[in-house]
Design a protein around this ligand. Structure first.
Ligand code: FES
Length: 566
């Protein structure tokens, strides 16, 4: 897959001569040109706050590269953060993937360190690195340390949502919400619950693309700097061994990563990302594989938003290696990692201390028998939809029949959801249409539709909500996401009307629109594709024309390998 190098134009001697002349500005000598050159993909940004602290880590990484006999060279790539990217970072994940792939491929580097952190960065980088297929290792800026308020742990951003909901319900005062705001994100780093950033980091580690322990060490711990240095050393040895992403991210490695996702009760977003990364490598991963593994992978990590602890606690309990030690009987532990060791070799030196059992449960006594994500099917989502059953606040809703209250777009939902005249009660099923990959565009994290204020004031804290968009990995509730195909391409979620009966049965994995087929056919005939008056040029136009559906990973069709069917 690696692109052909065409920089010498028939005169390799002159090519080396001119490159050497231009590289002397960094103090390089002739002998340096024979050492492995390690690109360090610098994603520093003050707008992407989850990457604002990575410069000292890069300095330490460089030491590691030099100590192992390589030459480190930093280069910038696009950096996007959840808080300040509009309309949604997911719109730009594929742009980062393209940028990363092309820069790895185009530059004279032998290997690359990818520095991720905020939600979409690491998935994008792994997609790009998979396609470029030069030796690559992943690292992140690490999660924030725990927050604290009145003796209780605060977590970004599960508590952002939780306390805001309580503020809207009138149970948290103006003064209290301000105080909470100042404590929610107390250090540098990415969100410190098992949200999307922490989940994809855990999956990357389980895939074998990080040094062991790198997913969970907090941003501000000394250990993160030590891991940065180890990462620098490791990529040099990986280059010398010729270990490429396609050697590490195998079909079996993806099974290990999916089991990790399920055992930590991780973010639903990771499903889309893992599908996309696998497809870049020509691995035919499907939602069915997630469902099969979900039924047979126990939920072991007691981490928010589905549990009680956060990444700092997970780190002290041993992080991903400790979790994998428990999961080992279910893993393909002969899979190679970027360290040059298999998981079996790595796990030989890992032990889970009993004192940390509240955080990482044993395989014999799991938190739950099944994994943290379930794949639903039915006539409302023929190609699948996703739910996190353990993030449900009212477990009675796991089997529920209710009448639809339909919002035809995010804008319409924002206008109407708190309208006192809205005909809705606690048994209603809130439906959000046209918020998928094409419809929104970019499939924003709007799936945790707010509970209407009038119901919040009556004490309602959870309802069944169904959409073709995503939700933040830090969000919670009876929220069905990623309904595919989406409304904007003619999917059945776009055919739902107010008052239709909807049935959700998580145990049976069913999502049913209880409307006669003849009626649905009549609605299908009336359906017309939306006409967009926004984003009619540039990158977003390209995105709308080429993005794949959620069950296919939302990559661009033209970025798949030639033999992979879009
Ligand atoms: Fe970056 Fe949450 S805002 S990970």
């Amino acid at each position: 897959m690696e692109k052909k190098k065409q920089t010498s134009y028939g005169d390799a001697g002159f090519s080396r001569f001119i490159k050497m002349a231009f590289q002397r500005h960094l103090g390089h000598e002739e002998e340096d040109f024979d050492k492995p050159v390690i690109g360090i993909c610098n994603t520093f940004s003050e707008v992407n706050r989850c990457h604002s602290h990575i410069k000292p880590m890069i300095e330490v990484m460089k030491q590691g590269v030099l100590m192992a006999g390589g030459i480190p060279l930093e280069f910038p790539t696009t950096s996007i953060g959840e808080m300040f990217t509009s309309p949604t970072t997911m719109l730009y994940r594929n742009l980062v993937a393209m940028d990363t792939e092309e820069m790895i491929a185009a530059q004279p580097i032998d290997g690359v360190i990818l520095i991720g952190g905020c939600d979409k960065m690491l998935p994008a980088q792994l997609m790009g690195a998979a396609s470029a297929n030069k030796p690559a290792i992943a690292f992140t800026g690490g999660p924030m340390a725990n927050g604290e308020y009145k003796g209780k742990t605060l977590g970004a951003c599960s508590d952002c949502r939780h306390f805001w909901q309580e503020y809207k319900a009138g149970t948290v005062s103006e003064e209290e919400i301000q105080e909470i705001n100042s404590r929610l994100a107390p250090t540098a780093g990415h969100c410190m619950v098992m949200g999307s950033a922490s989940t994809i980091a855990a999956c990357a580690e389980a895939l074998g693309m990080m040094v062991p322990g790198a997913a969970a060490a907090p941003a501000t711990e000394n250990e993160r700097l030590r891991l940065a240095r180890e990462t620098g050393k490791t990529i040099v040895t990986a280059v010398k061994r010729g270990l490429r992403p396609s050697d590490i991210m195998t079909e079996k490695a993806f099974s290990n990563a999916i089991r990790t996702l399920l055992a930590v009760g991780g973010s639903t977003n990771a499903v889309i990302h893992l599908l996309a990364i696998a497809k870049r490598l020509g691995i035919g991963l499907t939602l069915d594989r997630f469902e099969t593994l979900s039924r047979e992978t126990p939920f072991l990590a007691n981490l928010r938003p589905a549990g009680d602890y956060q990444m700092e606690d997970f780190y002290r309990a041993g992080g991903v290696p400790a979790l994998l030690k428990e999961l080992q009987p279910l893993l393909y532990d002969e899979e190679m990692t970027i360290t040059g060791q298999t998981w079996k070799q790595i796990l030989e030196r890992i032990k889970v201390d009993e004192v940390y059992r509240p955080i990482i449960k044993s395989l014999d006594e799991p938190l739950h028998k099944e994994g943290g994500i379930a794949v639903l099917k039915g006539n409302l989502a023929p190609n699948g939809a996703i739910i996190k059953p353990k993030a449900v606040r009212d477990s009675r809703l796991l089997s529920h029949r209710g009448k639809a209250v339909v919002f035809s777009s995010i804008e319409e939902m924002e206008k109407r959801v708190n309208d006192p005249e809205l005909e809705v009660d606690e048994n209603s099923v809130l439906i959000l249409q046209n918020a998928g990959p094409v419809g929104a565009p970019g499939m924003p994290e709007a799936g945790m539709i707010p509970i209407p204020e009038k119901l919040l004031k009556q004490g309602v804290r959870d309802m069944v909500r169904i959409s073709d968009c995503r939700m933040s990995g830090t969000a919670f509730g009876t929220v069905v996401l990623h309904a595919a195909p989406e409304a904007a391409v003619g999917g059945p979620i776009g055919l739902v009307r107010n008052g239709d009966w909807i049935e959700l049965n998580v145990e049976k994995r069913q999502l049913i629109l209880d409307v006669a087929e003849e009626e649905l056919e009549a609605r299908r005939k009336q359906w017309r594709p939306p006409v967009y008056d926004d984003y009619r040029r540039g990158y977003t136009k390209l995105y709308r024309e080429h993005v794949l559906q959620a069950d296919e990973g939302c990559d661009f069709d033209f970025l798949l390998p030639p033999n992979e069917k879009a």
